[in-house]
Write a protein that binds this ligand. Structure first.
Ligand SMILES: Cc1ncc(COP(=O)(O)O)c(C=O)c1O
Length: 292
C-alpha cells in the first residue's frame, strides 16, 4: 500500500513559522518532545517558556542554555534522558563568531540522539549565503533562514538533510498554509539571491561593515569612551560598559538628530544599499558629536 504523502513546503512566511516548522520536523523525526534552545527564535509558544499566555505544559518542554557553554548543553541533554528532539541554536550571538562552538553543539546533539537546528534567520545571506554554518563549514541537521533573503518581503525557508526531510515521519506531518510558497515571496527570494551573487554582496557587506567598525571604534576610543562595535562586519554588535552607558546613549541620540540612527544595543545590519560615503558620513557625524 502506498504511504499517504502530506505536504511539506520548505518555503514559508516569516521567521517564526520557519523555526516552528523545524521544531515540528525534529519532533516528528525523532519521536521526542523536548527542545533545548539558545537565543531568540520568534514568538511562538515553544520558544517563549514563561511568557503569559503560554501553557505550563508547553513551557515544560523547552529549556534554555547560554550561548557558548557546551558543558551546560551536555548537562541538559543528559538530564532530559533521551527526550530531547533538537538543540535549537541562534548561530551568532553577542556579536561573536565563536570558533568551535557550532561544531560542538552538532556533535553533542548527535551523541544524545537529538537533531541540531541552526537558526540563521538573522545571519543567513549576510555573514555568508548559508549563514554561520556555511562560514564555519559546519553542517547541522536543519537550518532556518528569513529576513535578508527576501529583502523586505516575508520570505523564510528551511533546509535540512535529505534523510530527515524525506523520511516517512517528516512526510507524515502537516506543514503547509495558504501563503506558503507564495509566488511574490519566491520571486523576491530568487531576485535577492541573484543580486547578492551578481554584486558579490557578502564580501561587500563584510568590507563596509569592517570599515564602520574600525571608524566608530577609533572615534569612541580617541575620547576614552567604552562604546564599541564587536562581531563581524555584516552585523556589528554594540557593547558598552555600565559606567558610561548613559553618556554614550546620549551621544547616539544626538547622532539621530543628524540623521544617523545607530541602535544602542541591537546588532546593526549592512546592506547593498549602503555606500562607502554612507559609512564615512556616519563615522564623521559620530566624530563631530563626540568632539562637541
Ligand atoms: C534568530 C531569529 N529567529 C527567528 C526570528 C523570528 O522571525 P520573525 O520575526 O520573522 O517571525 C527572528 C526575528 O527577529 C530572529 O532574529
Amino acid at each position: 500500500m502506498r504511504s499517504r504523502r502530506r505536504k511539506l513546503s520548505p518555503f514559508i512566511c516569516g521567521g517564526s513559522n520557519a523555526t516552528s516548522g523545524a521544531v515540528r520536523i525534529a519532533r516528528a523525526y525523532t519521536g521526542r518532545d523536548r527542545i533545548i534552545k539558545c537565543g531568540y527564535h520568534g514568538w511562538h509558544d515553544w520558544t517563549r517558556p514563561g511568557n503569559p499566555g503560554v501553557p505550563e505544559s508547553v513551557c515544560a518542554l523547552t529549556s534554555t542554555i547560554d550561548y557558548g557553554d557546551l558543558d551546560q548543553l551536555e548537562d541538559q541533554l543528559k538530564e532530559s534522558n533521551g527526550r530531547t528532539a533538537c538543540v535549537f541554536l541562534e548561530t551568532i550571538q553577542q556579536g561573536g563568531l565563536l570558533e568551535g562552538y557550532l561544531e560542538g553543539c552538532v556533535g553533542l546533539a548527535q551523541d544524545y540522539g537529538a537533531l541540531c537546528v541552526f537558526d540563521e534567520t538573522k545571519v543567513g545571506f549576510r555573514v555568508a549565503l548559508g549563514g554561520a554554518g556555511d562560514h564555519f563549514g559546519v553542517t547541522p541537521d536543519i537550518s532556518t533562514f528569513g529576513k535578508a533573503i527576501s529583502n523586505g518581503y516575508a520570505g523564510s525557508f528551511l533546509v535540512g538533510k535529505q534523510e530527515i526531510l524525506r523520511s516517512a515521519e517528516t512526510r507524515s506531518t502537516w506543514m503547509t498554509a495558504t501563503f506558503q510558497s507564495d509566488l511574490l515571496i519566491l520571486t523576491a527570494i530568487r531576485t535577492t539571491l541573484s543580486e547578492l551573487q551578481r554584486k558579490k554582496g557578502i564580501a561587500y557587506q563584510w568590507r563596509l561593515g569592517d570599515r564602520l567598525i574600525t571608524g566608530l571604534n577609533d572615534a569612541f576610543g580617541r575620547v576614552g569612551l567604552s562604546y564599541k562595535l564587536v562581531g563581524c562586519g555584516p552585523m556589528p554588535s554594540p557593547t558598552v560598559d555600565d559606567t558610561d552607558r548613559d553618556r554614550c546613549f546620549k551621544i547616539l541620540e544626538r547622532c539621530l538628530g543628524l540623521g544617523h540612527y545607530l541602535h544602542p544595543t541591537h546588532p546593526w545590519f549592512l546592506s547593498l544599499t549602503h555606500t562607502e560615503e554612507d559609512i564615512d558620513g556616519t563615522v564623521q557625524a559620530v566624530d563631530e558629536v563626540l568632539r562637541s
